[in-house]
Each structure stands twice: as C-alpha cells, then as structure tokens.
Write a protein that binds this ligand. Structure first.
Ligand code: GDP
Ligand code: GDP
Length: 455
C-alpha cells in the first residue's frame, strides 16, 4: 500500500491556475458628493462593464471590472448606495465600514476644496482600525490653485494625499499608480481558493476510525496519486478520485495511508496533520467510530473544522457493528456532545464493505453549496427585521440594543456582519444564528457572525 508510485502534478493536467485566486477588490468610499462616482467612471474610462453584484448593498450594479497598467481588479462604487432595506439610512462611516469589510484596498475620496469634515474624520478612525491599505484621493483639484488644499489633507494621517480632478482627469494616473503599489495580487477577502478545479476534501478523525478503509473504498482503482509538492517532501500527497461523476481531490492522504506509530506525541502530530489538511481543504469529512463512545478527541477534530471555517460532513463509520442498544446510546451521545454541529450533514456508513458510501457525495455537495451561499442584503435585512420585531433583544439596564443593519461580507464560509445600537448578548446571537439557519439552510457550513456596535 505504501510504496505506490507517485506522479507529479504535471502528469495529471490539473493544478493550472491554482494560485490565480479571486481578483483584488478596491472600494471607493467617501462622503456624498465628493466625487466617488465620477472617479469610478474616470478609472473605468466610462466603461460600465458590470461584473457582479456586491453584497452589502441594495442597489444592484456597483462593482466593475477595472484595469490599470495591466493589473486587473474589481472596483466597487459606493456612490449610489442607498441602504434602506429596513428604512434605515446608514451614516457615511457605517457605509464605509461595510465597504472596508469587502475590500482589499480602499480609495478614500475627500473633497479637497471643502476640506476634511467631521464625517471624514470618523472614516479616518475607521480606516486606521481596519489596517487596510488606503489611497487618499484629494478630489476636485481642478487646477494648480487647489494644490495647497490637497496638501492640507496630510493632517488626516493617512499618508500622501493624491491631488486629483476626477472630473477632468488631472492627477488620476498618479493616484492609480499609488493604488497599484498597495494592491495585492490575489484578494484575501474573497475566500481562500479560486473556484474551479476539483473540490478539495480532507478525510479526518482520530486513529482507527476507518479513514484508510474509507479512502481505499472510495478510491478503488480509480485514483490518481498526486505528489502535491513534487520533488520536495513526500508527505502531503493528494489523490484525485472520481465520485458521482466528478473529480475530487483528497488532500494529504499520505498521512492516512501510512500507519502512525503509537508513540508519545502521536496525538500532537495527528492534530497537526489534521490542521494542515484542513488548510488545504474546502470540506472535511470527520469520521467517527460509531461502535465506540464518542471521545473527547472526536469533538476536538470537529472543533478544528469549525475553527478553520471549512464545510463539514460527519460520517459515522463501522455501522455494521451497531446493535439496537448501541444505536440508542449513540443518538443520545450525539444529542449531548454534538449539538453545536447539529447543522452538519450526517452519513452512517460501513467503510469496510462500502455500504452507504454513495451517500457521501450528496452530503459533500450540500455542504459545499451552503459554504458558498450568498444571501442578498435586501432579503437578509427584510428577514432579520421580521425576526427582531417578533423577538426583540431583552432590555438591559433600561436599554434595548437594536439590530440596525446586516450584510453578508463574505462566503466560504458565510460571514455576516451585524450593525447594532448596543451590545448583543451571546444568547441572542445564537438565537439569530438559529433563525438564519432555519431560513436559509446552511447545512454543512459554519457561520461567522460578528457584531459591530455603533458608538
Ligand atoms: P459621489 O456622491 O461621491 O459619488 O459624487 P459624484 O461623483 O456624484 O460627484 C458629485 C458632484 O461633484 C458632481 O456634480 C460632479 O460633477 C462633481 N465633481 C466630481 N468630481 C469633481 C472634480 O474633480 N472637480 C469638480 N469641480 N467637480 C467634481
Ligand atoms: P484509520 O486509522 O482511521 O485509517 O483506520 P483504518 O481504516 O486503518 O481502520 C482501523 C480498523 O477499523 C481496521 O482494523 C479496519 O479494518 C476497521 N474498520 C474500518 N472500517 C470499518 C467498518 O466499517 N466496519 C468494521 N467492522 N471495521 C472497520
């Protein structure tokens, strides 16, 4: 089993474009009327090529495919944002906060002639906290006379203000050159991996739960072994396997195939291996030996998946060994120990014989779909509006925190940001997560929900 020949990844025709991740996202933010939309049109050369809907806004077309000096990026225009899905008009700083959340780099536009206002200052504080790279555009510098106004914006502490006339084009090239200097090649807000290529699966679980048996069953003879890092380490080998009409990439299978010696420290190395497999994977199958009491270690592995933000399927293996009594206790153990991941699809299988392994693919697909689900902002806010109206946050110290607005800031896994007027208690957050799951599914994916309290 262990001495199989390894093909290099070149031999598989797979792996191209693997590090061509999502395009970097640039958000143009600033107060109304400072010239954001004018600047966006200037950058686009008035092309209005719409590429995608951007989460966080109710207006549809705000993100454009842009290019400067041969570098492609996604440009988000917040100029037309009227966030009133729930009748709430967000202040400039709040809109900016959403935009910053969605962007790799921010172009902050200030009207140089008017100078920095209190609203601008609020945005500056927010930008500092975010740690995101900022290009400060001093707009409406239509001619030399206003250069001094632009220079005054050094005071904002965001570095060099770039004097620009979005209307006439003056200075916009220099500002874009400055943008390229801080623009990453690949977006880090758009998810860990580019879509496309075989989906990446990690088979994990404590020793002896049946990982190697399952891998052998699934792979059969229908498998291509891929040395993930050809010519370097032989350890993290991936295998490509055809299942349910598509190719799947099982990551780091060498660790599964090589029997681990039960020496001191084996636990530590097992969990390290789980961690590296998870980093490469999109979805994890956690195997649990159903014939034995669920162990602390099983729960730890599941927690690792949730913490890594990967999609999750739980496979209860060795189903052939279960009698009525064990089945009864297993259900109770699951209720008791795994309530936190009640949302994970579950398959009951016998890896040794292959029984019910056909249920694995639909479960993986369901989990991955959920992992990539995007809820439109208007729908999200309409739904939360109803939930909150029917079940408001408890009053604390005479105050009742309200949810003002919510947006899905990302996927893989779904990431929600709630803007609230006060501290939202853990119990209420869990309630909201439960309701979100009831409404939108999300079977098989962890959800990240963060709350921003407005001061
Ligand atoms: P937004 O609300 O920030 O998107 O601002 P707009 O792009 O809609 O611009 C607001 C107003 O400022 C419009 O009347 C623009 O023509 C004007 N404007 C934008 N950029 C400039 C500029 O560089 N110079 C001058 N003089 N006016 C500008
Ligand atoms: P790993 O350490 O997680 O890779 O587990 P293995 O696949 O090596 O399996 C550990 C032991 O459990 C082996 O003796 C397997 O034959 C046995 N085993 C695996 N799957 C099943 C199953 O579905 N039913 C039964 N009865 N035994 C199984």
């Amino acid at each position: 089993e262990e001495d199989r020949e390894l093909l290099s990844s070149e031999g598989t025709g797979e792996g191209q474009g693997q590090d061509a991740g999502p395009l970097p996202v640039v958000a143009v933010i600033g107060r109304p009327n400072v010239g954001k939309s004018t600047l966006v049109n200037r950058i686009l050369g008035r092309r209005e090529a719409v590429v995608e809907d951007v989460p966080g806004v109710t207006r549809d077309r705000v993100a454009y495919a842009a290019e400067w000096a041969g570098h492609d990026f996604t440009l988000v225009d917040t100029g037309g944002w009227s966030v009133d899905a729930t009748g709430i008009h967000l202040r400039v700083a709040e809109q900016a906060e959403i935009a910053v959340e969605l962007a790799d780099v921010v172009m902050f536009v200030v009207d140089a002639v008017v100078g920095a206002t209190d609203d601008d200052e609020a945005v500056v504080r927010l930008l500092r906290r975010s740690g995101k790279p900022v290009v400060l555009v001093a707009n409406k510098v239509d001619d030399q006379r206003f250069e001094a106004d632009a220079a005054a914006l050094w005071n904002l502490g965001l570095g060099e203000p770039w004097p620009v006339s979005a209307l006439h084009g003056r200075g916009s090239g220099d500002a874009l050159d400055a943008l390229l200097e801080v623009l990453p090649r690949v977006s880090s807000v758009g998810g860990a991996y580019a879509p496309g290529g075989p989906r990446r699966v990690a088979l994990i679980g404590r020793p002896n739960v049946g990982k190697s048996s399952m891998l052998n069953r699934l792979a059969g003879s229908d498998r291509v072994v891929v040395d993930a890092v050809a010519g370097t380490t032989r350890d993290p080998v991936d295998e490509l396997v055809e299942l349910g009409g598509r190719t799947w990439r099982f990551v780091d299978t060498a660790g599964i195939r090589r029997r681990v010696h039960q020496t001191r420290g084996a636990d530590f190395y097992a969990s390290l291996r789980t961690q590296t497999a998870l980093e490469k994977a999109e979805v994890a199958v956690v195997l649990i030996d159903a014939s034995e009491t669920i162990a602390e270690q099983d729960i730890r592995v599941i927690q690792q998946v949730v913490d890594a933000g990967r999609a999750l399927v739980i496979a209860y293996n060795k189903w052939d060994l279960l009698d009525e009594e064990r089945r009864y206790y297993l259900e109770r153990e699951i209720e008791r120990d795994l309530v936190q991941v009640r949302w994970a699809p579950r398959v009951n299988v016998t890896a040794r014989t292959g029984r019910h392994l056909d249920k694995l693919v639909p479960a993986l697909e369901l989990a991955l779909d959920s992992w990539e689900t995007r809820v439109p902002t208007a729908r999200l806010n309409a739904f939360l509006g109803e939930v909150v109206a029917g079940h408001p946050h408890p009053v604390r110290g005479g105050k009742q925190p309200r949810i003002l607005f919510a947006t899905q800031a990302g996927t893989r896994p779904p990431r929600f940001v709630l803007f609230a007027s006060g501290f939202i208690e853990a119990g209420y957050r869990r309630f909201l997560e439960r309701r979100l799951r009831e409404e939108f599914g999300f079977e098989g994916t962890p959800l990240e929900i963060s709350v921003r309290v407005r001061e």
